[in-house]
Write a protein that binds this ligand. Sequence first.
Ligand SMILES: Nc1ncnc2c1ncn2[C@@H]1O[C@H](COP(=O)(O)OP(=O)(O)OP(=O)(O)O)[C@@H](O)[C@H]1O
Length: 306
Amino acid sequence: MKVSIIRNPVAGGGKHGKAWHAAHGAFVAQFPGLEVHESRSSGDAIRLARAEAERGCELIIVAGGDGTISDVVHGVLTSGRPDTPLAFLPIGTGCDFVRNFALPKDPAEIARRIAAAAPRKMDAGLLLARDAEGREQRRYFANIASVGISGEIVDAVNAPGRRKILGGPLRFLVFSVLAILRYRPYAFDILVDGMRVHEGRLAIAAIANGAWFGGGMHVTPQADLADGFFDIAVMREETVIGLLGLLKSLYSAGHLGHPLLSFHRGRRIELRPQDPNRFPVEVDGESPIRGGFVAEIVPGALTIRT
Ligand SMILES: Nc1ncnc2c1ncn2[C@@H]1O[C@H](COP(=O)(O)OP(=O)(O)OP(=O)(O)O)[C@@H](O)[C@H]1O
């Protein structure tokens, strides 16, 4: 069986070097002949995933965080073999997507679990947008796309040179508080399957396949990776104090009854900006596009073994 790991050596702030050697041994024990391919730069995992799928790889194991998983999902779904099975060894910072699977902590146990797992289907998200020159952009994603404060947070966290400042969940928290203090609400129309569910300024809109983002925030607890729908959380404009309270409650899903929050479910989401600014869009913890977009759920697009 042809099995490859696509590993991001800088995921998790590059702190997984030693643990990686043990993990690698455990995976070779389950998958003899396993190949390891390391991403060399931002976005390189897209190219690697496409190449591995197209050369007939039968299982791609992603060793990285949410950004690497997102890149591999985009690479496989834009390859000639989009049904190539994927599995996950979380070694990132936030690792929000894999929270949906409640994986064991021990890499050897993860390796055994993947080896024993039957392939199953899950949905993917597809974003359709335009770049600054008006060219169409298509971006597949695994977990959540969001705008508003979350877009600003991720843009700030990932700005060049910032990755090294602070590690782990504290990094999200500090940048989240700073972004809330500075946030000037954008105004949007949001349509879910053609129905307008929001008009005006908002704090956050999250279009979710999975249930967690932002390093453990349980934003859409009802989300199901395989139900063929997005769960959408829309948080209207709020005071700074209100937003800081919301931020705290998100970790325990304590935001569910919030009067300014609404939840929706749908297959095609249009996010039309009322402002001309090309605001950042957070996609699986990265900022690959800016400005308005359409998000479509692609039911059963991915094959996974978890
Ligand atoms: N060799 C490399 N050098 C620099 N950046 C890289 C390299 N390989 C991948 N990247 C980029 O590193 C970024 C972060 O990766 P990833 O999301 O996997 O880890 P993380 O940010 O620690 O985890 P999480 O997203 O779960 O918080 C991604 O944007 C990815 O494209």
